[in-house]
Design a protein around this ligand. Structure first.
Ligand code: NAP
Ligand code: GLV
Length: 310
């Protein structure tokens, strides 16, 4: 019977084990650190696996990430050559991210940050409002998550553009492709949403030079990875009034240190890396489909291309 090893220090392991056993009746599910003989492990499903964990797993058929991002697999060089590494794609993760993005876009669009400040001063004042078709949302990363959020923001009639490596044809969404279009993309964006994978090319991409390209009064939503953002550059842009607000879900250091200025900054709303979470039920079903493919001799879907870094 094939063996799947589940590794995560933060996910509810028992919940996942039960969900995996329901979806994978023909698979033995083990939970780290109860590994058993390492050479008998066929599949690993993991989030931030400890260093050296893959040592001795010489018969691995695939490594599945519990998240959409695979940057947590820093130990992947220890993997046996040619073992596919697979991103998590499952419906609840996609829905959750679009909910988070729509919620934050609407907060900025409807000026809830200003109304919160007014409430704290017991100030009753009506602020000007523009229509969604006059609000330019710019999505960095038009992959599984970015495309879903873009389509849903279009339903709300926002003026949506996206930036990706390759050109996209999404109805009603303007496509900017490649590094050469980044300035033009920033210049047309009132609400910026980052949903990029963390790679050598995208690390630090939300930096002073690029933030300066946004129109004055723009807002920034980072739902991707903390290392996309140069935190000091955002703080400076918020403090000088160039950027009006930021919604941050991810940080260089997580948990965010208690003395970090983001905690108390009046223009920052933050959440503890919960923009979207993989759901054990739907996630387990997605893994079951992938394992069925592997067992029938096909390659899994959503394999990481390490030459691109995502
Ligand atoms: P994906 O399907 O792989 O999409 C990645 C997108 O980014 C693609 O459109 C890709 O362009 C684009 N991209 C990558 N490198 C680029 C570059 N150098 N220049 C321009 N565009 C680039 O990934 P996904 O499933 O949507 O997930 C995206 C990220 O969201 C994850 O990697 C993870 O970091 C983050 N995430 C965060 C949370 C949270 O709770 N905060 C939850 C889930 C995911 P092409 O389409 O041209 O390839
Ligand atoms: C969460 O951060 C993910 O990558 O799914």
């Amino acid at each position: 019977m094939p063996v799947l090893l589940f590794i995560s220090q933060i996910e509810p392991a028992e919940l996942w084990k039960r969900a995996l056993e329901r979806s994978l009746p023909g698979i033995e599910v083990r939970v780290w650190p109860e590994v058993g003989p390492r050479a008998c492990v066929d599949y690993v499903l993991c989030w931030k696996p400890p260093a050296g964990v893959f040592r001795g797993m010489d018969n691995l058929k695939a490594v599945f990430s519990l998240g959409a991002g695979i940057d947590h697999l820093s130990d992947r060089r220890a993997l046996p050559e040619g073992v596919p590494v697979v991103r998590m794609v499952e419906p609840a993760l996609t829905e959750g991210m679009s909910e988070y993005v729509i919620y934050q876009v609407l907060r900025f669009h409807r000026r809830m940050v200003d109304y919160d400040a007014q409430q704290s001063r017991k100030e009753w004042r009506v602020l000007s409002q523009v229509r969604p078709c006059e609000r330019r949302v710019g999505i960095m990363g038009l992959g599984v998550l970015g495309q879903d959020a873009a389509a849903k923001l279009r339903v709300l009639d926002f003026d949506v553009a996206g930036w990706s490596r390759s050109e996209k044809k999404i109805p009603g969404v303007q496509s900017f492709a490649g590094a050469g279009t980044l300035d033009a993309f920033f210049e047309r964006t009132d609400i910026l949403v980052c949903m990029l994978p963390l790679t050598q090319e995208t690390r630090g991409i939300l930096n002073r030079r690029h933030l300066d390209r946004l129109p004055k009064g723009a807002c920034v939503i980072n739902a991707a990875r903390g290392a996309h953002l140069v935190e000091a550059d955002l703080l400076a842009a918020l403090d000088c009034g160039h950027i009006a607000g930021a919604a941050l879900d991810v940080f260089h250091q997580e948990p965010l240190p208690t003395d970090h200025p983001f905690w108390t900054h009046p223009k920052v709303t933050l959440t503890p890396h919960i923009a979207s979470l993989t759901n054990p039920e739907t996630g387990a079903r997605a893994i079951a489909d992938q394992i069925a493919r592997c067992e029938s001799g096909s390659l899994p879907r959503n394999m990481v291309d390490f030459s691109r870094g995502y």
